[in-house]
Design a protein around this ligand. Structure first.
Ligand code: NAD
Ligand code: ZN
Length: 345
């Protein structure tokens, strides 16, 4: 192994990402070194590319970006146990602290000190990634590298969808981005009766209907109330999964929910957004905010479901060799794609 690698770097505080040569990371006693095979481009990476206000406030420059990956262990620190050189892995990109109340209670995903690879710490858009062995998730043979590279956003979908019991329930998902579409597939897989997904973008609605057994609706063209009666539902949706970050979508969701309905919020509104709280109170609605993935419960559930027939491959619409990364980002920025996967060879 040479000690230089290719890496996709936020090298300057301006729009863009740059392919540069960097030193291969040195690992500590509790880390592994992963040779990256495939990576997924995330909405977060688009914010970092665009260098918007959030990115400027959050991301140190220079930084190797990227957090969705699959690869192979090529080196291990001396204290690492239970993993092996040559093992195919993905991993949790949230690096947690071990001191907080929640972390000590075993709720690692609620640790307030969490730092993200590719956002606060060197990331996975590189030939090699250093990761604490704690964060590593081995991949079974049934999960190939490109699915391994999208387990992070699939994990967001699974974490959100499994927030409430969906068996026999009618589910409304607002936002047919990659995560909304995968959440729809998960909701069907675990036994929801009807799954309706909304978006304003016709390309996204088409993709949703291709990938999952859902009713895809543009709320500007079709009234959700009509859909409810067409499907023979009496009182509205039981569970809502908000995956657009749009205030209008949340309003529609509250309106379309049954009394006592439940909402899981994953979508991130751009700033403060007005909410009709009295409507939520009088409908006795439960709202849960969802951040990241449960470490590691979400990973266990998602891998088990993938081994047991959950199929989300259709959400990957584009694949590029990493040297064509700019094209991959262009496609993602266009807003018509599903997941875009980069191949690191
Ligand atoms: P995305 O931007 O690809 O998808 C969002 C979709 O919502 C788009 O297709 C857009 O057309 C649609 N949309 C916009 N307005 C709408 C409306 N009024 N009604 C219905 N649909 C509407 O995003 P994604 O990668 O699929 O992620 C989904 C959301 O989850 C985003 O808001 C993202 O920021 C957020 N997210 C949160 C976490 C977390 O940990 N909480 C993690 C990852 C992503
Ligand atoms: Zn991501």
């Amino acid at each position: 192994m040479t000690n230089e690698m290719k890496a996709l770097v936020k090298a300057r505080p301006e729009p863009g990402l740059w392919m540069e040569h960097r030193a291969v990371p040195e690992i500590g006693p509790e880390d592994v070194l992963i040779r990256i095979r495939k990576t997924g481009i995330c909405g977060t990476d688009i914010h970092i590319w665009n260098w918007d206000d959030w990115a400027e406030r959050t991301v140190p420059v220079p930084l190797i970006t990227g957090h969705e990956f699959a690869g192979e262990i090529v080196d291990m620190g001396r204290s690492v146990e239970g993993l092996a050189i040559g093992q195919r892995v993905s991993g949790e990109g949230h690096l947690i602290g071990k001191q907080s109340r929640q972390s000590r209670a075993g709720k690692f995903h609620l640790d307030p000190e969490t730092r993200g690879i590719g956002v606060n710490e060197p990331g996975a858009f590189a030939e090699y990634l250093r990761l604490p062995a704690f964060n590593v998730v081995p991949l079974p043979d049934a999960i190939d590298d490109e699915i391994g590279a999208i387990l992070d956003p699939l994990g967001n979908a699974v974490h959100t969808a499994l927030s409430f019991d969906l068996v026999g329930e009618d589910v409304l998902i607002t936002g047919a981005g990659p995560i909304g579409i995968m959440a729809a597939a998960v909701a069907r897989h675990v036994g929801a009766r009807h799954v309706v997904i909304t978006d304003l973008n016709p390309d996204r609605l088409r993709l949703a209907a291709d990938v999952a057994d859902v009713v895809a609706v543009n709320p500007r063209e079709q009234d959700l109330g009509e859909i409810v009666s067409d499907l023979g539902m009496k009182e509205g949706f039981d569970v809502g999964l908000e995956m657009s970050g749009s205030q209008a979508a949340l309003d529609q969701m509250v309106e379309a929910l049954v009394m006592g309905g439940r909402i899981a919020l994953l979508g991130i509104p751009p700033g403060k957004s007005p909410v009709d709280w009295s409507r939520i109170v009088f409908k006795a609605i439960t709202i849960k905010g969802v951040y990241g993935r449960e470490i590691f419960e979400t990973w266990y559930k998602m891998i088990a479901m993938l081994e047991n027939g959950l199929d989300v491959r259709g959400v990957i619409t584009h694949r590029f060799p990493v040297d064509e990364f700019a094209e991959g980002f262009e496609v993602m920025r266009g807003g018509a794609s599903g997941k875009v996967v980069l191949d690191w060879g």
